[in-house]
Design a protein. Sequence first.
Length: 268
Amino acid sequence: MENTGDLELQNLINELTQGRELAMQLQISLNTSSSSDKTRDFLIQRIDNSYEKMLSILNNGDDLDREFKGPNASRKRKAMPASTKKVQLCPGIGLEEQLDDGYSWKKYGQKDILGATYPRGYYRCSHGRDQGCLATKKVQRSDNDPTVIEITYVGGHTCSHVSCSNPPPTLPQNCIFPDTIMDNDVIGTFMSTPMSESNYFRVSPTLMSNYGGNHIVHSSESQLITQFAPSPTISFGTNTPNVGLDHFSFGPSEFDSNFSFGGSGFFP
DNA sequence: AGGATTTGACCCGG
DNA sequence: CCGGGTCAAATCCT
């Protein structure tokens, strides 16, 4: 599995590089009086995210070789180190963007979980087959707070960083969250959402598209919306024309033609 | 037509 | 035996 190791190392290096870039941005931001707290807060979140990815890669490295599927591979995964993130859904931001973690995922299953109100979605890295990447994630809407999505990452990515097929070695300096982006309306709306817990994971569409290159995620993340179907109560924003959903709506501005709600078969 | 998603069945650990 | 995780055929979407 030499390739796997190399990819993993590359992944780690990319993550470190990005973390460093983010730290530098934060330093600049701290030295710039015009920089807002929002900017700094966002940068901190991103750095934290980067660290989590690095830890995940390091933790899983030993298991990866062993986990390679043979003919006798179990359908049920052995316990692997997993990290869980909570994503607070925010009005005015596309769901897809909010759940975008920079990787390309393919949904391979969904299941009702005992005691949970909402079904759990199972995703694996889209490049799992090509590159032997074993990363998977479970996505489930929180019972307690329907506006929170819990994402459990299992196994580190061994495919090339972020875009897997199109890895950006480093991010250009001016690509990372300039204040002009941070302070725009999107973030304003976004930050105005009550969120006290610091471990919530906040992302922005504009920024995420900068994260790791162009249009990384053609993933099925939009299908997560299927998990929201059972809830009759969620409604974000106001005067929002429903985009194919009866009771779940975000601000319309964030949805472009690439993102359609109302997956097939879920709304009879 | 080919890729993505859905969904019921299957597998296995606890 | 139960329930979570995965498979794979059917279906949908582009």
